[in-house]
Design a protein around this ligand. Structure first.
Ligand SMILES: Nc1nc2c(ncn2[C@@H]2O[C@H](COP(=O)(O)OP(=O)(O)OP(=O)(O)O)[C@@H](O)[C@H]2O)c(=O)[nH]1
Ligand SMILES: [Mg+2]
Length: 429
């Protein structure tokens, strides 16, 4: 946990000055600020530096200036040396957001900086609420999403119906959240403004089963209307509401017709619907629903998406993001669904053998394990694995696919550039 975070600006007559700091009572000597600025300048304008200063660890972040006037604005983060293990994450956050802070025009940047600093010191918790019909799969989906319990095991287990509200904290990559899993049998209580868990919710997922809609669409419509009206009643209720039409595997006939009817209705309320199922490791919609959560709550996931997707879209016909692996080599985001993009016979086997191979290669801690390419079976495509743990220690690799070695070359150059921007210099004070 950082002891203090400082935003240092520049005044042409006074020199460096503290523009903002968090927490309010943290201190830094002027001589230190000057010393850090000199260090930063000495290493070149593009360097981010880690210093050991007495019992403190100091991170100095300045963004690269490639042309134009020099930039003397920078951010200082001071940590106790006992907090060494927090450093990779903090560096990664500075890399992700530091430049944006420093480039924001002055009057506005105080707020941007303070939001960042507050979040770094006291990580904000987001609230997700699962509400819906009894036995519609809320608790199962909780285990599937947040505890990574295998679907076969979940489908074999019978859970006792949830009583009241069960709230539990989880970590989703770099974000903290609390999931409120509510009882379906007591659903009437949650429509009541005095009892509803929806107050302060950042995302609400409403669960029905596909059979509920098939057998009684009028009831579903009326309940969704009630939910929508409830969210209109209080401005503390977020309108971010999605519908999971769950156990979709139970629908075997007229699937498209079934979907269109529900989509047509939810569109009138502005609610997005996912036709979810956890059967066979989860269907496409449940994966997309999961990614929606990641994109909404994890700055890092959003970064990876925003960064890699433009790169990939350059080669839209030929390149494709396949999946991401977290630091334990668990697959956290999967784009291999649908199969059209991946030309291998057995997708499950491709995934598990790639993961196994990356685990082995990763043991070798040299540069050559950062960027791996190989071909698989008789596939004409080239698989590209980039180590991204440097960008954030919660990840290990991103697995992509490309059509030609020319594209692989371009990906390599982009990757090298990105890595350079993320490098920190160690310096002894
Ligand atoms: N066919 C099928 N069954 C599922 C699926 N997901 C969950 N189930 C089963 O549905 C049942 C419902 O499980 P829960 O997750 O306890 O339902 P809930 O919404 O939490 O129920 P309450 O706590 O009573 O509100 C369990 O027996 C699961 O095995 C799915 O995708 N397909
Ligand atoms: Mg439950």
């Amino acid at each position: 946990m950082p002891k203090g975070i400082f935003l240092i600006g520049w005044d042409n007559t006074l020199g460096s000055k503290i523009e903002a700091k968090f927490p309010q009572n943290c201190q830094i000597q002027n001589s230190k600020i000057t010393q850090y600025l000199i260090t930063l300048q000495a290493f070149g304008k593009s360097s981010n530096i880690q210093i050991k200063d007495d019992n403190d660890l100091v991170l100095i972040y300045g963004y690269p200036v490639r042309e134009g006037t020099a930039n003397y604005d920078f951010i200082i983060v001071i940590l106790d040396s006992l907090d060494e293990s927090d450093i990779p994450k903090i560096k990664s956050k500075l890399n992700l957001e530091g430049e944006k802070i420093l480039k924001t025009p002055k009057p506005k940047r105080l707020k941007v900086f303070l939001d960042f600093a507050r979040n770094l010191i006291k990580q904000e918790q987001k609230k997700i609420v699962f509400m819906g019909y009894p036995n519609s799969g809320k608790t199962t989906t909780k285990y599937f999403f947040f505890e990574k319990i295998r679907s076969e095991k979940l489908l074999e287990t019978t859970f006792t119906p949830t009583k009241g509200i069960e709230s539990k904290p989880y970590q989703l990559i770099d974000s903290n959240l609390v999931l409120f899993d509510t009882s379906g049998q007591e659903i009437e209580r949650w429509y009541n403004i005095d009892e509803t868990p929806l107050i302060g919710s950042d995302l609400t997922i409403f669960f029905i089963t596909a059979m509920d809609w098939k057998q009684n669409p009028m009831k579903v419509k009326s309940d969704l209307n009630r939910l929508f009206q409830l969210s209109e009643k209080s401005d503390q209720i977020n309108h971010d509401l999605v519908l999971f039409c769950h156990k979709f595997d139970e629908i075997t006939e007229n699937i498209e017709d079934f979907k269109i009817k529900l989509i047509d209705f939810t569109a009138t309320l502005g609610i997005t619907v996912f036709f979810t199922s956890i059967k066979d490791s989860g269907n496409f919609d449940i994966q997309i629903g999961y990614q929606l959560m990641l994109r909404k709550f994890s700055p890092l996931f959003a970064f990876i998406n925003n960064f890699l997707n433009p790169l990939m879209s350059k080669y839209q016909q030929s390149g494709h993001l396949l999946f991401l692996l977290d630091s334990d080599f668990t697959l956290i985001s999967d784009f291999t669904f649908g199969g059209e993009n991946l030309d291998v016979a057995n997708v499950q086997q491709f995934k598990s053998s790639t993961i196994k191979m990356m685990k082995i290669i990763n043991l070798d801690d040299n540069k050559s394990s950062d960027f791996i390419t190989f071909t698989y079976e008789s596939s004409a495509k080239i698989v590209v694995c980039l180590r991204i743990s440097k960008f954030n220690p919660d990840f290990s690799y991103v697995i992509m696919q490309a059509d030609s070695y020319q594209i692989v070359g371009e990906i390599y150059r982009e990757y090298k550039k990105l890595k350079k921007g993320f490098s920190w210099i160690m310096h002894n004070s």
